[in-house]
Design a protein around this ligand. Structure first.
Ligand SMILES: *Cc1c(COP(=O)(O)O)cnc(C)c1O
Length: 376
């Protein structure tokens, strides 16, 4: 059996371990400390956001974003349907109702026209507009953000940017992670950089980030004893893991380049196969190409489906994965309202993510390509 080729595995640089050892040497083994401060500083300066809070996960960052916006029981929150479930779950943690909106075919992200339609329809049906909008940059590809922002602005709805997959991407020259009212990042093990598990909340609003840190440390009031005037959470990032994050930030741009090279190599060596198309990069957008994603149209490929492709790769110990199954098709969200035109369902049915790690070797890439070509 050939060695396993993973979809997207962690890729450490040279300084991570040194930072972790420093945490040990100074005994900062806690959910606070100099690495947490340093990592927050690195994230803020990289994205151009004045304020960042390092947290235990991207999911907790999204949860805090909703709390900061006052989302509560009975509210509705609009969310891109085609995404990882972590984008939507925190809406339910707050007792609110997710309302899902379909993607457009150009970037695979939130369709601004359907977003507008959804807002108008919710206003007509429930008498008020939703409390927030959550937009995602799938696989690192920036959404049509300016149009999304305009729709939100027109209706006075705050916009949360789920940039969990898009650190290192830019939109019209601005870093993803700096485009919303509140912005979240993830450093889970499969993301472009990782702290093994972790996340961050970023904003230009200092008060929000201050309050996020407060809520993330059990909402402890300023008193010598433990006193609480609100419900808190244990959502801070460990100083040990923040040390990994600081090391990873030093190689982030290299990781982006490596992933973009993967994409270009796949495209150059598979682009002629019938029925294959790639996630497009729009004018003015720069994707980190976190994952290289393709669609395979069986009416053009002679009947070959993305499942045929996936299983063929699996036979050679190569991990690939269907695109995110949209939330409106998930059993857990069957009752949630949905505004769509079938775009994300079609992407899900035809889409596949190829091995995309920044640590893939030339032989790895060639093995994937050869295996795929052999099936055609
Ligand atoms: C990974 C991811 C998250 C959640 O991040 P965690 O750190 O795993 O909690 C949220 N949204 C999207 C789109 C993601 O890919």
């Amino acid at each position: 059996m050939n060695p396993k080729i993973w979809l997207s595995s962690p890729h450490m640089g040279t300084l991570e371990q040194q930072y972790v050892e420093e945490a040990f040497a100074t005994n900062w083994i806690a959910p606070l400390g100099p690495h947490v401060d340093g990592f927050e500083h690195d994230l803020a300066s990289y994205t151009g956001m004045p304020h960042a809070a390092a947290l235990s996960s991207g999911t907790s960052a999204l949860h805090l974003a909703l709390i900061l916006l006052g989302v509560e029981r009975g509210d509705e929150v609009l969310c891109q349907s085609m995404t990882f479930s972590a984008s939507a779950n925190p809406i339910v943690y707050q007792g609110a109702t997710p309302v899902f909106v379909d993607s457009e075919a150009e970037t695979w992200n939130l369709n601004p026209e359907l977003l507008e339609e959804a807002i108008r329809d919710r206003l007509a049906k429930v008498g008020r507009v939703p409390s927030a909008v959550i937009g995602v940059h799938l696989y690192g590809m920036p959404a049509q953000w300016e149009r999304i922002r305009q729709v939100c602005q027109r209706h006075g709805i705050p916009l949360i940017e789920d940039a969990a997959e898009a650190l290192g991407s830019t939109y019209r020259g601005q870093a993803c992670g700096s485009l919303g009212d509140l912005n979240i990042l993830s450093f889970n093990g499969n993301k472009i950089i990782t702290t093994s598990g972790g996340g961050a909340l970023l904003s230009s609003n200092a008060e929000w980030i201050h309050k996020a840190r407060f809520l993330a440390t059990q909402a402890r009031d300023a008193a010598p004893h433990y006193q609480h005037s609100s419900i808190g959470y244990n959502y801070r990032m460990s100083n040990v893991l923040a040390g990994i994050g600081r090391g990873q930030m030093q190689v982030l741009n290299d990781r982006v380049q490596a992933r973009r090279r993967n994409f270009e190599y796949y495209q150059a060596n598979l682009g002629d196969l019938p029925g294959i198309a790639w996630q497009p990069e729009s004018e003015g957008s720069f994707s980190n190409r976190w994952l290289t994603c393709l669609t395979l149209d069986p009416t053009v490929s002679g009947g070959l489906t993305r499942e045929d492709l996936r299983m063929e790769l699996e036979k050679d110990n190569i991990e690939s994965r269907p695109l995110w199954k949209p939330m409106h098709l998930q059993p857990v969200f069957v009752d949630a309202p949905f505004y769509g035109d079938g775009t994300s369902q079609k992407l899900f049915e035809q889409g596949l993510c190829l091995p995309s790690g920044s640590n893939l070797t030339q032989e790895d890439l060639d093995r994937v390509i050869q295996r795929m070509r052999s099936l055609f």
